[in-house]
Design a protein around this ligand. Structure first.
Ligand code: BGC
Length: 364
C-alpha cells in the first residue's frame, strides 16, 4: 500500500463517523497513469473518478459531497452500491415460492433501491487487493435474513478495480441460504465535463438498445418491451441527451425526463457494450460494457438545487446522469422479464466496466 510514482496503489484515510458512531475510511485507487477512483466504506460510495480530458488534465467526473454527514442524511444515492434490489418493486411486495414478502414503500407505493436502509447506507468491509492489472479493493457485506423484508442471508462481495487502461471495473458476487431476489448496481451520477460544470444536455449518448420498458405513472414497467423507433428513447445513434428531453411523450412526462430501463441488445452472456457517452467540450468518452440485461438511464430529473456538491456548486435538474446496469425494474413481479431469483448453491456473478478515454487520438 501507499503511493509510489508510476505504480498503481491503494491508499486509505479517515473520512468521518456515521450518525450511529461507525468510523468510515476513504480509499483511493490510483493507476500507473495517475487516474484515480475514490470511494468510502459507507455504501461503497464512489466519491470521485479523476480521469483526463483531451489535454491530459485530470478532473472529477462524478457528483458527490464533501462530507460524510451529507451522504449519511440526504444523498440521492450518489455513487452508491445499490441492493438488495436496485430500482423499483411495484406495490413494495413480491411473491416467491408461494410466500408474499412485504417491503418498505419508500417511493410512493413502491420500494426503491433496497428500502429504508439499503446497501447504500451500510458500512462495508474493505480489503485492498493486489492486482497486477491496476489498483483494486474488495468490499464485503452480509445482509441478515429478513433485512428490509427480503428472505435469506445474502453474502455480497464487490470488487472495484481501476485498471492501468483507465477502466473502472466492478465485479459483483452474491450467495444466499434461502431463495431470494437480488438486483445489484452502482449509482454514480456522471458529468463528463466535470463535477459542478453545469448541465449534461450536450453529452452525446448512445445506448445499444432496440427496446425499452415503458412505465406507469409511478415508474413501474407495464411489462411491455417497446420499440425505441420513432421515440425519444432511440439512442442507437449518438444523440445529445437534451435533444428530446422536453418531448411531450407521456413516458417522458412520467419520468420528468429520462428515468427508464433499456433492454440491451446482447450477443451471449459475456460482457457487451451497453452505452457510450461523449462530452464535446472536454473530449471525454465513457464506454460501459456489462453482463447485465438492462441499463436504467436517469437524467438527474429530481435534482432541484437543494444539494451543494463537493465542488461547492448547487446541483440542479440534469446536472448529472446515471446509467445503472441492472436487471429490469419490478422483475420479481414480472415473470416474463429475465429472472432476479437467486437460490442456495448458486452464485450471482455480474460485471460492469466503465472505460474512460478522450477524442484526442481522433483529432487531426
Ligand atoms: C431512479 C430514479 C430515482 C433516483 C434516485 C434512479 O435510479 O430511477 O427514479 O429518483 O434513482 O436518486
Amino acid at each position: 500500500m501507499g503511493t509510489s510514482a508510476g505504480a498503481s496503489s491503494v491508499d486509505k484515510t479517515p473520512f468521518g463517523t456515521t450518525q450511529d458512531g461507525k468510523a468510515v475510511d476513504l480509499y483511493t485507487l490510483t493507476n500507473d497513469r495517475g487516474a484515480s477512483v475514490k470511494f468510502i466504506a459507507y455504501g461503497g460510495i464512489i466519491t470521485a473518478i479523476n480521469v483526463p480530458d483531451r489535454s491530459g488534465k485530470l478532473g472529477n467526473i462524478v457528483l458527490g459531497f464533501k462530507d460524510l454527514a451529507d451522504y449519511d442524511s440526504r444523498s440521492p444515492y450518489f455513487g452508491a452500491l445499490i441492493g438488495r434490489y436496485g430500482n423499483r418493486i411495484g406495490g413494495a411486495k413480491f411473491t416467491l415460492d408461494g410466500t408474499q414478502y412485504q417491503l418498505a414503500a419508500n417511493n410512493g407505493p413502491n420500494s426503491l433501491h433496497g428500502g429504508r436502509k439499503g446497501f447504500d447506507k451500510v458500512v462495508w468491509t474493505v480489503e485492498p487487493l493486489t492486482n497486477l492489472s491496476g489498483a483494486a479493493a474488495r468490499l464485503s457485506y452480509t445482509s441478515p435474513d429478513g433485512e428490509e423484508g427480503y428472505p435469506g442471508t445474502l453474502t455480497v462481495r464487490v470488487v472495484y478495480t481501476l485498471t492501468d487502461d483507465n477502466e473502472l471495473r466492478i465485479d459483483y458476487e452474491a450467495k444466499t441460504d434461502k431463495p431470494t431476489v437480488v438486483n445489484l448496481t452502482s449509482h454514480s451520477y456522471f458529468n463528463l465535463a466535470g463535477d459542478g460544470a453545469g448541465g449534461i444536455d450536450d453529452h452525446i449518448l448512445t445506448i445499444n438498445a432496440d427496446r425499452y420498458t415503458p412505465v406507469d405513472a409511478t415508474l413501474i414497467p407495464t411489462g411491455q418491451l417497446a420499440s425505441v423507433t420513432g421515440t425519444p428513447f432511440d439512442f442507437r445513434h449518438g444523440m445529445p441527451i437534451g435533444a428530446r428531453i422536453r418531448a411531450s411523450d407521456p413516458q417522458m412526462v412520467y419520468g420528468r425526463g429520462y428515468d427508464h430501463n433499456f433492454v440491451l441488445n446482447r450477443s451471449g452472456s459475456g460482457l457487451s457494450l451497453a452505452a457510450r457517452v461523449y462530452e464535446p467540450r472536454s473530449g471525454r468518452i465513457m464506454e460501459i460494457s456489462t453482463t447485465e440485461p438492462g441499463v436504467q438511464f436517469y437524467s438527474g430529473n429530481f435534482l432541484d438545487a437543494t444539494l451543494v456538491g463537493a465542488a461547492g456548486r448547487q446541483y440542479r435538474q440534469t446536472d448529472g446522469f446515471c446509467l445503472e446496469t441492472q436487471h429490469f425494474p419490478d422483475s420479481p413481479n414480472k415473470p416474463s422479464f429475465p429472472t432476479t431469483v437467486l437460490k442456495p448453491g448458486e452464485t450471482l456473478k455480474s460485471t460492469t466496466i466503465y472505460k474512460f478515454s478522450t477524442d484526442a487520438s481522433e483529432m487531426p
